[in-house]
Design a binder for this molecule. Sequence first.
Ligand SMILES: Cc1ncc(COP(=O)(O)O)c(C=O)c1O
Length: 485
Amino acid sequence: MISISPKTQSQHAKHKRLADILRSAIAEGKLTPGDKLPSARKLAELHDMNRHTVMNALQNLVAEGWLVVKERSGYRVNTELPILSSQQVTTKVASTPQVIAPFAKALTPVTSTKSTAYRYSFAGGLPDLHAFPYNEFKRFLQKACSKSNISHFHYSDIAGCQLLKSQVQAYLRRARGLVCDDLLICNGSQEALSLIANAFINPGDGVAIEMLGYPPARHAFTNAGAEIFALAQDAEGIKVEALARCLEQNKVKLLYLTPLHQYPTTVTLSVPRRMAIYQLCQQYGVFIIEDDYDHEFHYLCPPLQPMAASDPSGIVIYVSTFSKIMFAGARVGYLSARADVLAQLVARKQLLNHKNDAVTQLAVAYWMEEGGFERHLRRMTKAYQGRHHEMALHLNKLKTKLDIDFEVPQGGMAYWVNSKRDVSRLSEKAREKGIYVQCEPEFSLDKASSLSHIRLGFAAQEVEQQQAGLSELFALVAELEKNHE
Ligand SMILES: Cc1ncc(COP(=O)(O)O)c(C=O)c1O
């Protein structure tokens, strides 16, 4: 016989509460298989509830298999419960064998850093989240979330809501000179990269990427089993000879590039290099993934058209995102590819998650249709252009006191500054002081050289904050030991 704890005032219905108490008592071994329960009348008295409520709880427990009921002998704990002892259920015993989870491939869990939690954030691709027109966008969310859109709210339109696709296609044609016959809307470009990696890569297949690159893209390829070939770069982007050698010597299926603003160095891949790279890929049957993640933000001249805009062989898979022009939490990205490739990727998208969130897709489409999206873009491009300019001024001031070097990037959201010092511990030191920054070792596959660059995002912060943060950060840089020239 157990004594069941005192009368309880519960938020739940009383019968649910009583069922919980009895269930826990059995699971913890306070009631063991075969034990007889007090009568319903006794339980009702003990718990200050009526008999009907008690019977409700007991019958639920019978239905779940915790109790059995026999005429005239009342309720007993089911003797067929697979519970051995209370200890085994509630606590880990040293000798209890642990069942190892049979993962196909164990991944290292990623601890993602909230760069917005720092006093200063120089996160390279972070837009200014305070400047987003939330109230304006709410109107489109409200419009999207309405009965008239019921046809969008079930499984269908795997590749994306037609209204959003049409808006994005029209925008790409107008703003980037890119004509896409069709698109696949994804949960950000990361999903696009994973879909492509899994569609193309069998274990051991080669993927060529820049030596300094975007780690999440690299992870998508390695996780699919790819062998990675890192290509040397210089001030114009990847070296064509390095690519030629790599393709000649290895079986490479994909080349991943960030041609407009190379991640993380910010360099724009020159037109002659683009053409040479395209020809090599054509010759070796390699598909190019063009990750055009922040196309709009180009300040010193009009941005080059994407490589996908002149792709006679249909070997460019174009990937882009709304993470920079809206915010990463929206999870809206897209890709475009020739029809047979797109069909494969759509089939994979269905395996993964059927489709993107329909309400967000519709809201973004309405926002684009009404013109709010491009108004926001114009506003932000102007703001970022100012911050881009101010960062150059401030870095030049710092340069008069400290031996550092940098090129003013044509666009993007970050500077790539050579501190001429070993920066392997700088990110950590800066974060201890409340400054979020990323340095060359976090992006590089070359672990041999002494890495000295700092990536400084300028979009997320107002100029005053940016400058105060830079002064504090470069005080830390000045304390680092200088590299030998
Ligand atoms: C090179 C690159 N590609 C893509 C993205 C965007 O990824 P997603 O669309 O998954 O948010 C980023 C964001 O930082 C990026 O830097």
